[in-house]
Design a protein around this ligand. Structure first.
Ligand code: ZN
Length: 131
């Protein structure tokens, strides 16, 4: 199974721990809303994508410098609040909400640009052209 989020979690990158060390079911994660309150919690999940909402906006206009969401300004391009500047162009980046399922639970997850691109199989720019 290809690891979509490879490189996101420091513990999986070093390979120091076995993938079975802290094995839990998906329902354990979704049933503990306080997980990650004190420090970030990372999980690798083996599941399948069971639903991608067709009505969602699957990409957003991002600043070409910092990748934050930009606001389209009338006739003059895109404003980035983070960089405090206007640009004539923006990059389209995926933000995809989907339901993932496995035998012991299901969850709604967000996949951002690089991971969503691996799942969908094309860039947000290409998907925008298809639409
Ligand atoms: Zn910016």
């Amino acid at each position: 199974m290809a690891n979509i989020g490879m490189g996101l979690s420091p513990s999986t990158r070093t390979g120091a721990r076995s993938m079975y060390t802290d094995r839990v079911s998906l329902s354990y994660i979704t049933g503990n809303p306080s997980l990650g309150d004190e420090k970030p919690a990372f999980f690798s999940i083996k599941a399948f994508v069971s639903l991608i909402r067709p009505e969602q906006a699957m990409w957003y206009c991002a600043c070409k410098t910092c990748n934050n969401k930009v606001i389209e300004t009338l006739g003059s391009g895109y404003w980035c609040e983070g960089c405090q500047k206007n640009d004539g162009e923006c990059n389209l980046r995926h933000i995809m909400v989907s339901k993932i399922s496995h035998t012991r639970g299901e969850a709604w997850v967000s996949a951002f640009n690089e991971e969503a691109e691996k799942i969908i199989g094309c860039s947000a720019e290409e998907l925008d052209k298809l639409k």
